[in-house]
Ligand binder design. Structure first.
Ligand code: SAH
Ligand code: SF4
Ligand code: F3S
Length: 432
């Protein structure tokens, strides 16, 4: 097996990028990625715990990995958000004594050092609050897109969400570090940069007392080179007109905004501690559309939050119907222990949650198809991202996915593509 490793990643883009750092740390320590079909000397599970299903996947995978440990002595490391939740690390250590290490979200830098220890007992290292590391080696996926953290953690404490407890308080990276990293990425050929943070609009508040996201965006856009900038995630309460104006003015900024609404009911939004009303949310959408007429929009919407009535759910449906999102990420509320909503009265039966989510999915299916049909005949600037079965998959300046014929040499380039047809919500086009 030699010094080989495999990383299994669950959860959000934050985790995908963190796995690139874990790979960088391991390769710096002399490890190489194992072939897909081979056992590896080290397996790292980078976990998520935002919903129960994410955790169930991890636990299922551990059962299978135990066999690898028995057969090959594979060192299994569990890290990521799940380990940081109250009591989970200890539980993992007790239930899975075959684990080599359980590490918190602020401890991945320790992996190379720990691998040098020949401990028979599971090593557990969990830090409560994160320090930020600069200069961690990163082994990026072969892609046109590069992920760049601008901040870590979250201060919002939405009542359903575990993230603030497992990721700690907001910590912004110094602007100079971010700009230097992006300059390097552009110089090495990346043509899309996606900025990462749980609430990018509060960038820099922890460092200098006021939000500087708009200013950061415009300074990134001023860097030399042809590239596109995206970001996630924006919290609706904090998205301001300065940010929207920068997006409107700069060609380098994607006109696609992911603005998670979570619910369309004021009563539920209040219980969720989202700190905006439906009307305030819709006002932000209007501001976006006024300044950026071709804006693409997506959101996360949740059904079945405790006490959600049929009427509340109708408000969520009507919000989706009013905004007409290009994409919608729909979730069934899942109680996370340690969060206030998990112990609220009025938990909704699963059958009702399932019916509601299906109604929402059906509505979005219609909207997505109609929006796609409206795009036919229009021309977009598309970043060619991936080549698949002789076709190219790309993304328009407003975040729509498009398939078109083209040579793999186009990958990483911007091309003008005319949309020739739509099938359901999918777009097909040709290079002009
Ligand atoms: N910081 C981002 C979201 C991070 S979590 C934001 O504020 O938008 C990603 C999504 O998971 C959330 O938007 C929410 O819709 C969903 N989510 C979080 N906790 C959940 C829970 N307990 N049950 C179901 N969905 C949840
Ligand atoms: Fe979770 Fe809310 Fe923070 Fe997003 S803003 S990570 S949903 S607490
Ligand atoms: Fe992301 Fe899941 Fe953690 S959504 S921040 S990996 S809990």
């Amino acid at each position: 097996m030699g010094n080989t490793y495999r990383i299994i990643t669950y959860g959000c883009q934050m985790n995908i990028h963190e796995s690139e750092k874990i790979a960088g740390l391991l390769e710096n320590a002399g490890y190489t990625e194992a072939n897909e079909s081979d056992p590896a000397a080290v397996v790292v599970l980078n976990t998520c715990c935002v919903r129960e299903s994410a955790e169930t996947h991890v636990l299922g995978n551990l059962g299978a990995l135990k066999k690898q440990w028995e057969k090959y002595g594979t060192k299994i490391i569990v890290c990521g958000c799940m380990t940081q939740a109250n009591g989970t690390a200890q539980k993992l250590k007790e239930r899975c004594p075959f684990l080599f290490a359980v590490l918190g979200t602020h401890n991945i830098e320790r992996i190379p050092a720990l691998l040098l220890e020949n401990s028979k007992k599971t090593l557990v290292e969990i830090k409560e609050e994160g320090v930020m590391h600069e200069g961690t080696p990163v082994k990026r996926a072969k892609d046109v897109n590069a992920w760049v953290n601008i901040m870590y953690g979250c201060n919002n404490f939405c009542t359903y969400c575990i993230v603030p407890y497992v990721r700690g308080r907001e910590r912004s990276r110094e602007k100079e570090h971010i700009l230097a990293e992006i300059k390097n990425l552009i110089a090495s050929g990346y043509t899309q940069i996606t900025l990462l943070g749980q609430n990018v609009n509060s960038y820099d508040i922890d460092l200098h007392g006021k939000p500087m996201f708009a200013s950061l965006l415009s300074q990134i856009a001023d860097l030399d080179g042809t590239f596109r900038i995206k970001f996630m995630t924006s919290h609706p309460k904090d998205l301001d007109k300065d940010v929207v104006s920068v997006i409107a003015q700069s060609e380098k900024l994607s006109k696609f905004i992911h603005l998670p609404a979570q619910s369309g009911s004021d009563r539920v939004l209040h219980l969720m501690n989202r700190k905006y009303t439906r009307a305030e949310y819709l006002k932000k959408i209007d501001m976006i559309r006024e300044k950026i007429p071709n804006a693409g929009l997506s959101a996360d919407l949740m059904v079945g939050f405790p006490t959600e009535s049929e009427e509340d759910f109708q408000d969520t449906l009507s919000l989706a119907d009013t905004v007409r999102y290009n994409n919608l990420y729909t979730f069934i509320y899942s109680p996370r222990s340690g969060t206030p909503a998990a112990t609220m009265d009025g938990q909704i039966p699963l059958a009702d949650k399932k019916r509601r989510i299906q109604e929402l999915i059906d509505l979005q299916f219609e909207i997505g198809n109609a929006l796609a049909a409206e795009s036919v005949g229009k021309t977009y600037t598309v970043l060619a991202a991936e080549s698949k079965n002789g076709h190219i998959l790309g993304e328009t300046e407003c975040g729509k996915a498009v398939t078109f014929d083209g040579d793999a040499s186009l990958i990483g380039k911007f091309v003008r593509v005319k949309i020739t047809q739509s099938k359901n919500s999918k777009l097909f086009g040709e290079v002009l």
